[in-house]
Design a binder for this molecule. Structure first.
Ligand code: GRF
Length: 210
């Protein structure tokens, strides 16, 4: 699947609802050149007060707010889709976007929407994944970057990063250490997808040999 464009930067649309530390890590990877040939086209939030949105403004990035509360999902998503198209987004990155996408949204960007989840999927989908993993007593935890499909935390896995759960951990310390891994994983996954050097075989994301 060839997604990368050679004559212009590869454009990301970031969707977030909260503090936006994953977004900030992506922006930092671009700034430092770890993520090359990529730019953030727009940062979109469904929550006007989202910390990530304020950070995006500080960085001088284009932002858009479409408040979702009280709106029908399809109508809200149609506005977001139009915004992403207007900004010529190649890849949509969900970064703490606390909203399920409609089927129309997923269909509008086939295999071009990524999400990051703070657990080693398929274990512990849904909310408070780190707490779920801690309570279950797993010895290895981590995060997953995956394509978004119509099911929750379910699409093809691009990559995962794992860490040991220490005897001294509580759910909070575990979540913090997973977050450090998330910040590395998301940029790495974006670089892989932006390169276009991969194939999807069934559920498997397979890098092409260069
Ligand atoms: C992260 O833990 C991410 O895995 C999950 O939501 C959280 C967002 O954190 N999907 P942040 O807003 O990026 O700091």
């Amino acid at each position: 699947m060839e997604l990368a464009s050679t004559d212009r930067p590869y454009r990301l649309g970031i969707l977030l609802s909260g503090r936006g530390s994953n977004f900030a890590a992506i922006a930092e990877s671009i700034r430092t050149g770890r993520l090359k040939g990529v730019e953030i086209a727009v940062v979109v939030s469904n929550v006007a007060e989202a910390g990530g949105l304020a950070r995006a403004r500080e960085l001088g990035l284009p932002t858009a707010v479409f408040v979702s509360k009280g709106r029908k999902r399809a109508e809200h998503d149609a506005d977001v889709i139009a915004c992403l198209r207007e900004h010529q987004v190649d890849l949509v990155c969900l970064a703490g976007y606390m909203r399920l996408l409609s089927q129309e949204f997923v269909a509008a960007f086939p295999h071009r929407i990524l999400n990051i989840h703070p657990a080693l999927l398929p274990a512990f989908p849904g909310l408070e994944a780190q707490q779920q993993a801690f309570d279950y007593g797993v010895k290895v935890a981590g995060c997953t970057v995956h394509f978004v499909d119509e099911h929750l935390d379910h699409g093809v896995i691009v990559l995962q990063r794992a860490i040991p759960v220490e005897e001294t951990d509580d759910a909070h310390s575990l979540a913090e250490r997973i977050l450090d891994e998330e910040h590395l994983a998301y940029s790495e996954a974006i670089a892989l997808v932006a390169s276009g050097e991969y194939e999807i075989r069934g559920r498997r994301f397979v890098k092409r040999n260069r």
